[in-house]
Design a protein around this ligand. Structure first.
Ligand SMILES: *[C@@H]1O[C@H](CO)[C@@H](O)[C@H](O)[C@H]1NC(C)=O
Ligand SMILES: *[C@@H]1O[C@H](CO)[C@@H](O)[C@H](O)[C@H]1NC(C)=O
Ligand SMILES: *[C@@H]1O[C@H](CO)[C@@H](O)[C@H](O)[C@H]1NC(C)=O
Ligand SMILES: *[C@@H]1O[C@H](CO)[C@@H](O)[C@H](O)[C@H]1NC(C)=O
Ligand SMILES: *[C@@H]1O[C@H](CO)[C@@H](O)[C@H](O)[C@H]1NC(C)=O
Ligand SMILES: *[C@@H]1O[C@H](CO)[C@@H](O)[C@H](O)[C@H]1NC(C)=O
Ligand SMILES: *[C@@H]1O[C@H](CO)[C@@H](O)[C@H](O)[C@H]1NC(C)=O
Ligand SMILES: *[C@@H]1O[C@H](CO)[C@@H](O)[C@H](O)[C@H]1NC(C)=O
Ligand SMILES: *[C@@H]1O[C@H](CO)[C@@H](O)[C@H](O)[C@H]1NC(C)=O
Length: 520
């Protein structure tokens, strides 16, 4: 198929001049045997043979750089899977975010009724498409090496510290550039390209309209698709909204505010959890334990000789316990144990390599999408300073700030930070106390997509896909039937129709905790 690149390149020049459609061979899916293409997270599992007839696995060649014709040095291969029921009612593209999270295994989850099939309950009548985004997993993954670099539990705070951090980032980026193929791919794995890829797959599947179920960064991929290809947009449900067109200062400040709210939720959780070691101490006990642990681990504290520093304590709060679906019980225990002299649950040394491998690669796509507003040391330290005003609890450690620091030295970043106006009527879903994608971002997205409905789930967790209740029902029903959710105001969800006004974020102590609020 790719045997004569020169001929294709020449032919494409003529085609684009006369704006003909692509030659069909260039937009043809190769269906492959799923048994020989098991997604990485499922490798090593034993599956019944044959695999379910609903499971399909495919590949599609696309240009690496969309401004040039596809050809031997400008082709990458996308890997994707589908769950395809008989008599499908339409195409739903699914993306769980990251950026760069593995995607292809989700069709397997549905077809084989594995644990995460529950995320799709209510959508069984649809073709579900799960495309690994370019540069990741089965879609021409980059090849990079961290070497012996591990991130510290402290954000760089002075100029030499930032310079040293940036040198490590550049060395890592260079490994990606040197080890990845085709040459040049590192600068073409941003969301701008991802949405082009999605449209190629949609067209190759012969669907005119595509629905979208996006979680976290998958909401940004979805939003940019809706903005770029409005004529192909069906029902778009964006769960745990990440938006662009927000200044670095506003983004970082919102996440600091969300982090502090989340620690207060842990305090509220303790108040309602009789097994919390500080339950009997009443309101504020967890906030006080956090401060005590920071002080004890600090240079003049009694724990200064242990392996745990004050920054380690802050890191564990900001990255280990409150990220994603927060582990309030675990955090409350760890803080209490530390105040009693047992620091084992806050030992960063065991966690550093895991954390580094989890967060540094995100830069590969995130930085291509991200605009560093002021890339001087003053700009960086000002961001920390302004951010701290939204962090009165002094947790300090923030993963958007780590990503920002990574992007200050990544070789390719976005030239601007545009808003992404969208006319379509989508469903935007947020939860009050999501730390990963602060709920403020959903409000901003709503202003860029004013015909959309805003679903606010009252409670915790990053995303509502896995929290049964009125918020999940509202967006799943929208995907399944196309009917936009109606306004409502309940204990665990408030739904706002287009043009209405969102209430302030509620007091973390006033929203109930427990399973219905997403606390498992
Ligand atoms: C899969 O099957 C093989 C052979 O029957 C067995 O050795 C292996 O333990 C199984 N793996 C899992 C994950 O069940
Ligand atoms: C789908 O259709 C095929 C062929 O008609 C049939 O064998 C199969 O049982 C159907 N599957 C379901 C789940 O109905
Ligand atoms: C890490 O690797 C670099 C380059 O290989 C080397 O110069 C440096 O000493 C190593 N650092 C540590 C802490 O091992
Ligand atoms: C990744 O790099 C390693 C080490 O240089 C090399 O062996 C491997 O072939 C590379 N893989 C790809 C997909 O380029
Ligand atoms: C600190 O860590 C070292 C190596 O990981 C370990 O041997 C030592 O016991 C630890 N010290 C304390 C006080 O935990
Ligand atoms: C410290 O806490 C850990 C984790 O809860 C526990 O396994 C360990 O026994 C405790 N150590 C002491 C000395 O109590
Ligand atoms: C915007 O959406 C409305 C319905 O929500 C539709 O009537 C209108 O034609 C759309 N405008 C554009 C420019 O697409
Ligand atoms: C929803 O109910 C709460 C509590 O009863 C109230 O404070 C709030 O104003 C209501 N919001 C809307 C949009 O009606
Ligand atoms: C917390 O409160 C809810 C009621 O809001 C209750 O159902 C739950 O059992 C309580 N305890 C915990 C640990 O969540």
């Amino acid at each position: 198929m790719r045997s004569d690149p020169v001929l294709f390149a020449a032919a494409l020049g003529i085609f684009s001049r006369f704006s003909y459609a692509l030659p069909p061979t260039l937009n043809t899916i190769r269906w492959v045997d799923c048994a020989n293409n098991v997604p990485a997270p499922l490798q090593g599992m034993n599956f019944t043979s044959p695999l379910p007839s609903t499971l399909h696995c495919g590949q599609l060649d696309v240009p690496m750089d969309y401004s040039k014709p596809i050809g031997d040095s400008n082709t990458i291969t996308l890997g994707f899977t589908m769950y395809r029921p008989n008599n499908s009612q339409g195409l739903i593209n699914f993306n769980p975010g990251g950026p760069g999270q593995e995607v292809a295994s989700y069709s397997w989850e549905i077809a084989l009724n594995l644990e995460r099939a529950s995320w799709f309950a209510g959508l069984e009548g649809y073709d579900i498409l799960a495309i690994d985004t370019r540069g990741w997993w089965s879609s021409n993954a980059l090849n990079c090496s961290l070497g012996n670099w591990t991130l510290s539990s402290s954000l760089p705070s002075d100029e030499p510290g930032l310079n040293a951090f940036q040198a490590s980032v550049r060395a890592y980026a260079q490994t990606c550039i040197d080890l990845s193929t085709p040459p040049g791919i590192v600068q073409y794995i941003g969301t701008r390209e991802v949405v082009q890829d999605w449209d190629r797959v949609r067209a190759a599947l012969d669907y005119d309209i595509m629905h979208h179920f996006g979680i976290s960064y998958g909401t940004y991929y979805g939003a940019l698709y809706a903005h770029t290809f409005p004529e192909h947009v069906g029902r778009f449900a964006l769960d745990a909204v990440f938006t662009t067109g927000v200044s670095n200062v506003d983004l970082i400040s919102a996440q600091y505010a969300a982090l502090d709210r989340s620690l207060i939720r842990s305090d509220a959780y303790c108040l309602n959890d009789t097994s919390c070691p500080l339950h009997s101490q009443g309101k504020g006990a967890i906030l006080e334990a956090f401060q005590t642990a920071v002080d004890l681990a600090g240079p003049s504290g009694s724990a200064a000789s242990s392996n745990v520093t004050a920054d380690d304590v802050r890191f564990f709060v900001g990255l280990r316990y409150l990220v994603g679906d927060p582990d309030f019980a675990g955090l409350n225990n760890a803080l209490y144990a530390a105040t009693q002299g047992n620091w084992s649950l806050l030992d960063y040394s065991t966690f550093a390599p895991v954390f580094t491998e989890a967060i540094v690669p995100i830069a590969q796509t995130y930085c291509l999408d991200y605009h560093v507003d002021d890339n001087t040391f003053e700009g960086y330290s000002n961001l920390l300073k302004v951010g701290s005003e939204s962090d009165p609890l002094g947790i300090k450690f923030l993963f958007f700030m780590v990503l920002h620091a990574l992007c200050t030295a990544w070789p390719y970043t976005a030239a601007t930070n545009p808003t992404v106006p969208i006319n379509a009527s989508m469903v935007l879903v947020t939860s009050d106390f999501d730390y990963n994608t602060p709920t403020e971002l959903a409000t901003i997205e709503w202003s860029q997509a004013p015909n959309s409905v805003l679903v606010v789930r009252h409670g915790d967790d990053h995303g509502s896909y896995n929290v049964p209740g009125p918020a999940r029902s509202a967006f799943i029903n929208f995907l399944a039937t196309g009917s936009l959710p109606a306004a409502t105001n309940q204990t665990f969800a408030t739904i706002y129709e287009p043009g209405s006004q969102r209430n302030p974020i509620p007091d973390p102590y006033l929203v109930p905790v427990g399973i219905e609020a997403g606390d498992m």
